[in-house]
Design a binder for this molecule. Sequence first.
Ligand code: IPE
Ligand code: MG
Length: 236
Amino acid sequence: MDGNGRWAQQRRRPRMIGHRAGARAVNRSIDFCLERGVGALTLFAFSSENWGRPQDEVDSLMKLFLGALDREVDELHRRGVRVRFIGDRSRFAASIAQRMDKAEQRTAGNTAMTLSIAASYGGRQDIAAAARALAEQVAAGTLLPEQIDEQALGQHVALADMPPPDLFIRTGGDTRISNFLLWQLAYSELWFTDVLWPDVDAAVLQQALDDYAGRERRFGLTSAQIAANAAPSTHS
Ligand code: IPE
Ligand code: MG
């Protein structure tokens, strides 16, 4: 979700105005995904690197985040959304971390959609934490180094219990991943738009889905193999 600051700058307003408009775009995106039956939406709200922004921007973002948690969780729960957070929760103030825990517990049984919010998240940090978890098992004698493979590491990264993301969307004109779900995005389709995040609406998201629908995902195989697998089976 990139471009909040530039959106505000274009209007000669403080960056925070852009972040507030960005929060409204979050609500629109959740509505869109629920309407379209998207099973999982993961939003990169705040990176592990964003802590390095000017303190007043970080403070204002935390306030916005806290307000959104208080305001939106009831409604998300009512609509059957399971809310989760990925990232280093220990860096948040206790008041925020507690609300994150509560929102997760409260919505844990919901099945309409899983909304994962990446906050204080970094993809490299995610992979490093997974490596550490495996190292601890090796040190404890419950895992052999030769048992460490993609599957073992993949079980310890964020969202390990979810299917890998089908589609990655970045707004704001830059064409990079910026330390988002590095492990999980290995075979995701990437889609970039110049639209600034606060301007994202159903039309923009639909464009992304339409583009996605026209792509062929081969996962390292050949086009012919994919076509053969997708063909309806002649056996019963
Ligand atoms: C994304 O918008 C929001 C966060 C990272 C919290 P930016 O704040 O990065 O907006 P630009 O890139 O300055 O326009
Ligand atoms: Mg930015």
